[in-house]
Design a protein around this ligand. Structure first.
Ligand code: A3P
Length: 300
């Protein structure tokens, strides 16, 4: 087995094969065993780097796949409908006994996912978000999640993020690896910012990819029930059903701002410029652009 190293002193994260895992929640043996996890043709995996639109896309998948959820007659936690594959200790679900089509959620890097997916079996939706907003969102999330350590200030967290010393490791590695390996998978790449700017088009794109035909009225309902304001009212989307000691809702909420460009309210000009330089160095060779601000719509 590859080396397991501690991430920073006193951290509750360990690094394994380039990824940072929570010690109490994720075991390397289990993560390795996922390679052999048997994939079915109609499996769907939603994969993201944290804070890139996971809950939002879970909501969309729930609405697309379940008419009962769409018409409000079915109350079900999205994390039961679209469970995590890597958090074995959180969900005791036996995936092999689940009826098809099975929907999964994951934050894993592409080298950890079941090898069956690499043969084009099953479908993957990978959601990306501009990393400056990911930093901002993750900074707030860290403060409310009991299992993540809290940074004393934004500057401290900013550096930790750049060094990849946060859960899931480096954003640059995650996005780069998925993006450059996309041809090995049956994958749809989505950007959070495109969802913000034209959710209906993204939902249509998802439906085509998933081969799920929805009439116009159903499509409208999906879009309406997945807006930020609708989801803000939904206790499941806010993870209010999680064990009490998991999140401190006095500090923050899952459905926090849901916008593009909030990083500007925390990042200094110097931090932003330093980030841009690193972004160019690490990602500049990729044919991949992000929207950094909703008004300027500037691309890098
Ligand atoms: P902010 O903290 O910037 O508000 P994840 O689900 O991957 O953890 O991502 C959480 C981020 O997605 C949060 O970002 C949250 O507000 C945002 N989000 C969730 N649902 C959303 C929606 N319907 N519209 C816009 N943003 C949404």
């Amino acid at each position: 087995m590859d080396t397991i190293t501690q991430v920073l002193q006193d951290s509750n994260l360990y690094r394994y094969k380039g990824f940072c895992f929570f010690k109490e929640l994720m075991q390397p043996e289990y993560i390795d065993s996922l390679q052999d996890f048997e994939i079915r043709e109609d499996d769907v995996f939603l994969i993201t780097y944290p804070k890139s639109g996971t809950i939002w896309t879970q909501q969309l998948l729930s609405l697309i796949y379940s008419e009962g959820y769409r018409n409000g007659t079915e109350q079900m936690d999205t994390s039961e409908r679209i469970p995590w594959i890597e958090f074995q200790s959180l969900s005791k679900i036996d995936h092999n006994r689940r009826p098809s089509p099975r929907l999964f959620t994951s934050h894993l890097a592409s080298h950890f996912v079941p090898r069956g997916l690499k043969n084009g079996k099953g479908k993957i939706i990978y959601v990306m978000r501009n990393p400056k907003d990911v930093i901002k969102s993750l900074y707030h999330f860290e403060a409310m999640a009991a299992y993540a350590e809290t940074s004393p200030d934004f500057g401290h967290f900013f550096q930790k993020f750049l060094d990849g010393e946060v859960f899931a490791g480096s954003w640059f590695d995650h996005v780069r690896e998925w993006y450059t390996h996309k041809n090995y998978f049956n994958i749809l790449l989505i950007k959070y910012e495109d969802m913000i700017m034209d959710l209906r088009s993204v939902v249509k794109q998802m439906c085509t990819f998933l081969e799920k035909e929805l009439d116009d009225e159903s499509l409208d309902t999906v879009v309406k029930r997945a807006t930020f304001n609708e989801m803000k009212k939904d206790p499941f989307a806010n993870k209010e059903n999680m064990p009490e000691d998991f999140f401190d809702f006095k500090i923050g909420k899952f459905m926090r701002k849901g916008t593009i460009g909030d990083w500007k309210n925390s990042m200094t000009v110097a931090q932003s410029e330093a980030f841009d330089k690193i972004f160019q160095e690490k990602m500049g060779d990729l044919d991949l652009s992000f929207t950094w601000d909703i008004k300027l719509e500037s691309h890098m």
